[in-house]
Design a protein around this ligand. Structure first.
Ligand SMILES: C[S@@+](CC[C@H](N)C(=O)[O-])C[C@H]1O[C@@H](n2cnc3c(N)ncnc32)[C@H](O)[C@@H]1O
Length: 209
């Protein structure tokens, strides 16, 4: 079986088309609402892929460091924004982000956490790179029982309990933690025809001043 990295390196060129069938703009709208986005700030997009979050942040006037394990996904992202200095693409792991301590105002991770081996370590890393007062916003899948996602999409986890996410945020030293729902599901089907429509949560936390 191939690894998650090999999987995303293989599907990089197709991800935009796949993503449109999985979830909609509503995820990004809600993530930006809870983050209270302001222009001229610095953000990291963890597991940025081809730029679902990054592209919209650039459009709102932020500087973005896009981190992903997959060079192919990042190449597709860079090709969309060939000339901007506001985008910095870095190959790296969510559990060991290639970003300085206390250097950014926002950290986003959309549909990345369920691919990561040690999610609490990824949350700690996101907290490490935030400036005091900065925010982490994670959008991901609620717990589900569609095991085909582990094999066909290389998911590592079958979603998360919201209480577990809350604990990981608090353990990482974040405050004003809130984990709520979005009026949106992630929809897909297995090769065998099993259909999944999985609810999506949005989690936000702030690094203390
Ligand atoms: C489901 S895609 C989501 C991409 C993008 N965030 C979006 O919303 O379209 C998951 C992305 O996370 C990346 N990823 C998975 N595990 C990772 C890890 N441990 N470190 C960094 N990136 C990772 C994958 O390469 C892939 O680009």
């Amino acid at each position: 079986m191939s690894t998650s990295k090999e999987y995303f390196d293989t599907i990089g060129a197709d991800w935009d088309r796949m993503q449109e069938t999985f979830f909609s703009e509503r995820v990004r709208v809600r993530a930006f609402q809870v983050a209270v986005i302001e222009p001229d700030r610095a953000a990291v997009d963890v597991g940025a892929g081809t730029g679902f979050i990054t592209g919209a942040l650039l459009g709102r006037g932020l500087r973005v460091i896009a981190v992903d394990q997959s060079p192919t996904m990042l190449e597709s992202l860079r090709a969309k924004f060939p000339d901007t200095d506001a985008l910095d693409c870095r190959i790296g792991d969510a559990e060991q982000l290639p970003v300085d301590d206390a250097s950014v105002d926002y950290c986003f991770a959309n549909m990345c956490l369920h691919h990561v081996d040690r999610p609490p370590q990824a949350v700690r890393e996101m907290a490490r790179i935030l400036k005091p007062g900065g925010k982490i916003v994670i959008t991901d899948l609620d717990s589900h029982d569609h095991a085909f996602l582990l094999t066909e999409h290389h998911d590592r986890w079958m979603g998360f309990d919201r209480a577990q996410i809350r604990d990981w945020f608090r353990d990482a030293g974040l405050q004003d933690v809130d984990v709520g729902g979005i009026d949106e599901t992630c929809c897909t089907a297995s090769h065998g025809g099993e259909r999944a429509a999985i609810s999506i949560f949005v989690a936000v936390g702030t690094k203390p001043q």
